[in-house]
Ligand binder design. Structure first.
Ligand SMILES: [Zn+2]
Length: 283
């Protein structure tokens, strides 16, 4: 059991709002109506950041690297994720949507925060408008899709050339393209343009109406242990977790993220890392 201090629980306060959501899954893009929503519930003043170190990088073969990734920001919940990572002293990657920075009054500021907070948080490309939920059409026009990702690169200005495809789990690295037939053409174009594409090994699922997490932190941590133990990952000793910013905009769900991170941190062989350190990427 995780025992969280009363102080930490008190860090979460309530704000009501509506939530615009875009999905990484094959669900169409839609707006969610949340009956009671608390957003960005953690006060910046309550955070005591734990610094992270990014020295000359080498992979320790004795360790297992955990890549915590948040998709579809900036949106409600993004800053909770950032603050929790700061609080827990872990690294994470944010695959962001270019258009979203204009849909939230502080969207550009959030993007800048994540970009400037490197090496703790990494900003990466997740398309300009998430294909408007029309994934088949998007990928059947690979030149158009490529232009969309290039536009996003200009718009968000992430440092590395790292992309996650909307609505599809694909990988493009040095000498590797692992992609379904639908996304293979754009994957090849991205590869030729020097881009990497990062998929995922496991997902923290969420309810598509409420945006709330499905698995408990304990169940997710056990799932992670199983995948690592059996090397059921794209690359042994490297595990990428897909989550979405909007899952953590409510207090109890932010707490679930804290609990999950603390469970993973109990294993001294696990290291949280950003996806720019995933093996085999083109530089
Ligand atoms: Zn997405």
């Amino acid at each position: 059991m995780i025992h969280l201090s009363k102080l930490r629980v008190q860090q979460f306060c309530l704000i009501s709002c509506f939530l615009a959501i875009f999905s990484c899954s094959n669900q169409p893009v839609k707006e969610a109506k949340a009956a009671t929503v608390q957003e960005d519930t953690i006060s910046q003043n309550s955070i005591v950041p734990v610094p992270v170190v990014d020295t000359v990088y080498h992979i320790d073969t004795q360790k297992t690297y955990i890549y915590l990734t948040f998709d579809d920001g900036p949106q409600h919940g993004t800053m909770n994720c950032v603050k929790i990572c700061q609080q827990e002293g872990v690294k994470a990657s944010f695959f962001m949507i270019g258009q979203h920075q204009h849909m939230k009054s502080d969207g550009k500021q959030i993007v800048a925060t994540i970009r400037n907070n490197y090496p703790q948080t990494l900003l990466a490309n997740h398309s300009y408008n998430h294909a408007m939920g029309k994934y088949k059409y998007f990928y059947q026009h690979p030149q158009m899709a490529l232009a969309d990702f290039l536009r996003t690169q200009d718009s968000l200005a992430p440092a590395p050339k790292i992309i996650r495809l909307p609505g599809n789990n694909a990988w493009v690295r040095n000498e590797e393209i692992k992609a379904s037939r639908l996304v293979r053409p754009v994957s090849k174009l991205l590869d030729s343009a020097g881009y990497n594409v990062i998929g995922w090994d496991m997902e923290w699922n969420f309810d598509h109406k409420s945006a709330r997490p499905v698995q408990s932190p304990e169940k997710l941590a056990a799932q992670l242990d199983t995948l690592v133990a059996h090397s059921y990952t794209h690359q042994p000793k490297h595990l990428v977790i897909l989550t979405h910013d909007r899952m953590f905009h409510r207090s109890p769900d932010s707490l679930a993220l804290v609990q999950f991170i603390q469970l993973v941190k109990r294993n001294p062989n696990y290291v949280f890392e950003t996806v720019d350190h995933y093996p085999g990427l083109k530089k």
